[in-house]
Design a protein around this ligand. Structure first.
Ligand SMILES: [Zn+2]
Length: 287
């Protein structure tokens, strides 16, 4: 039985559910604590948010690990012990550094709780930031979990970063590598790459997942065509290299501080991809 769109959707939905629950708790906590004086409020968030995130990383990570076992069982009968990963480590081993990093981020971002010169305090900005952190850390845990298990699996499946229809040009670029082995894997998918939004509507556009493939050419995932993504990447790459970049694009790039020469720079290549296919991406350029 091949891995299909329905499997990918199940993986995405389990993560969306974990994010929904975590954000619900965040909202409750915010409501209960936000009347505190700013310094105490900040300290409380630094104490409580890492624990909240960890709880739901475990929820989402467990779902992702079980999902891996289920799709693996389409192909093999032997047992394989899955783990939850965050980055290159198991979630347990990664936790301390991740918590420290998160506390530092919260301390830095909590500056918006105070008036600063002419800029009034803006707690909503911190609240939105924390919602994004919750979203990206949980979803990243699922991605790392599938990747980590695929890498450890003695059956040596390939795996791909599978983007959804309407994702941004950057995610499309990252997904164009198709199914690779661990040794070929250079694509990063963490941090800012995980909660891309449409710059105009603010709507979340990107829901990349890491999906294994246990037999070459077997996966049946609608809307994910690494060949088409690769072709579009190639088209933009060639345009940058053979000097056919239109003058007005080049001028616009210069005005925006984007290099017109480095075809390997993601901001350069995605600019040209968006220009070539304005309707193909969630962050497409609409004239
Ligand atoms: Zn994206």
């Amino acid at each position: 039985m091949p891995i299909t769109t329905a499997d990918v959707n199940r993986l995405r939905q389990a993560q969306s559910e974990a994010v929904r629950l975590a954000q619900g708790e965040l909202q409750k906590l915010w409501f209960e604590l936000s009347d505190m004086p700013p310094a105490r409020f900040r300290d409380a968030l630094m104490e409580l948010i890492p624990a909240l995130v960890r709880r739901y990383q475990e929820v989402g990570g467990t779902a992702a690990a079980q999902w891996y076992e289920i799709v693996r069982a389409y192909y093999f009968n032997d047992t394989f012990d899955t783990h939850i990963y965050y980055g290159d480590k198991t979630l347990t081993d990664a936790q301390q550094a991740a918590d420290t990093d998160l506390r530092r981020l919260i301390r830095w971002k909590a500056g918006v709780l105070w008036d600063n010169g002419d800029t009034p305090a803006n707690p909503d900005e911190l609240f939105n930031f924390l919602n994004n952190v919750v979203d990206s850390r949980i979803r990243d845990t699922a991605r790392y979990t599938v990747r980590g298990n695929a890498r450890r699996d003695p059956r040596k499946p390939r795996y791909a970063r599978v983007s959804n229809a309407g994702c941004c040009a950057f995610c499309a670029l990252m997904s164009s590598r198709g199914y690779v082995y661990k040794s070929e894997d250079t694509a990063s998918f963490s941090g800012s790459s995980s909660f891309h939004r449409n710059p105009k509507t603010g709507e979340e556009t990107c829901r990349c997942e890491i999906i294994p493939q246990f037999r070459s050419g077997d996966n049946r995932i609608e809307g994910y065509s690494p060949e088409r993504l690769e072709r579009r990447y190639r088209e933009a790459y060639d345009m940058l290299n053979d000097g056919t970049l239109p003058d007005d694009w080049a001028e616009d790039m210069k005005a925006k501080g984007i290099s017109t020469r480095r075809a390997t720079d993601p901001s350069t290549i995605t600019y040209v991809m968006r220009r070539l296919h304005p309707d193909a991406y969630g962050d497409g350029i609409k004239p």
